[in-house]
Design a protein around this ligand. Structure first.
Ligand code: G3H
Ligand code: CA
Length: 324
């Protein structure tokens, strides 16, 4: 079932209280959307799908009209999610930088999304607070949650590129949360966007705990978000959740899953579309039953679903939907 902000808030409150993590999955295509939603449903887990600025531009086709792309992805998700009863699914906008302010307002006011991320973390701190607070004011009026960010997360994610790592400071996190009233915020604790191996990443998981405890002690408990989480080990994710993380973002993992599944299919079935050298042109017929896109795209969809099922079991949100 599709969840708007008020219900999504319940999801995060339950996750924080019971210390499990909600997976937020970046999507663009319909096969990815189906795979993710089916994964949440089978495991009776709530979860988010999220669209980046690049994803909505892509979805719109050559006009790259972001509003059109968002309408398309949002309606696809709402229709597919509303077929199911064992999991609540929200739609989130990932990493919208201040230049996309009008796009955020469009999505919020047209009820396309359950939550949005305003990422003004590359602005001076006071400016980050001002912009984030403005988004919160508009979003909360429209039953939409807001995620902000402080610090830099290293690596490349879609249009967001950072060569440096800047860890989130607990005192800044407190001031940011108090002055903006965000529902969630991304803390920079050493994860990297992109292809990384968790065992090689130096994480400051104690920093999450320090931030969480400070916010709780000042009566402004807020959901902490872990970005760049694709390569992390199960143990790293579980420790992060124990320390206060409620939302874990995944993008690269799924891109790899789809690519590997499709490559695997074509390795096996290449003769169905390309004539082998030892068969003459007259004797070769491509095999429509195998090159029909529904036969190979679905391999990516299944791989997404399997990955989601594995992830929600790791983070403990399986069998924990607010709907069951
Ligand atoms: O917001 C999305 C995530 O931070 C993506 O990180 O590419 O490491 O999965 P990832
Ligand atoms: Ca940042």
């Amino acid at each position: 079932m599709f969840l708007y902000g008020d219900k999504l808030k319940e999801v995060f409150l339950k996750a924080k209280k019971e210390r499990f993590g909600i997976i937020a999955s970046n999507v663009v295509f319909d096969c990815a959307v189906r795979g993710v939603i089916q994964g949440y449903e089978v495991q009776k887990s709530d979860g988010l799908l999220q669209m980046s600025s690049g994803a909505v531009k892509y979805a719109a086709g050559f006009t790259k009209d972001m509003n059109v792309g968002a309408e398309l992805i949002s309606s696809m998700i709402k229709i597919l999610a509303n077929q199911h009863k064992n999991s609540g699914v929200g739609l989130h906008i990932d990493h919208a930088t201040p230049n996309y302010f009008d796009f955020l307002v469009y999505c919020i006011e047209n009820k396309l999304v359950s939550s949005v991320m305003i990422d003004a973390s590359h602005e001076p701190f006071e400016e980050n607070i001002r912009i984030s607070a403005e988004v919160v004011k508009i979003a909360h009026k429209n039953n939409v949650l807001v995620e902000g960010e402080i610090g830099y997360i290293k690596g490349t994610e879609d249009e967001i590129v950072s060569d440096t790592e800047l860890y989130t400071r607990p005192d800044e996190a407190l001031e940011y949360v108090q002055k903006t009233n965000v529902d969630l915020f991304a803390a920079s604790v050493g994860t990297n966007h992109g292809v990384t191996k968790g065992s090689k990443v130096v994480l400051k998981l104690d920093l999450i705990k320090e931030i969480d405890e400070l916010l709780i002690s000042k009566n402004v408990e807020t959901g902490i978000v872990l970005h760049g989480a694709s390569g992390l080990t199960a143990e790293q994710q579980q420790k992060a959740i124990q320390n206060g993380v409620v939302k874990i973002n995944k993008d690269t993992r799924y891109q790899m899953e789809i690519a590997a599944a499709v490559q695997n299919y074509w390795e096996k079935e290449k003769n169905s579309i390309v004539r082998p050298n030892d068969i003459s042109v007259d004797n070769y017929m491509p095999d429509k039953k195998r090159f029909d896109p529904r036969k190979w795209i679905v391999k990516g969809e299944d791989a997404m679903q399997n990955a989601v099922e594995e992830l929600v079991i790791i983070t403990g949100s399986a069998n924990n939907s607010i709907l069951i």
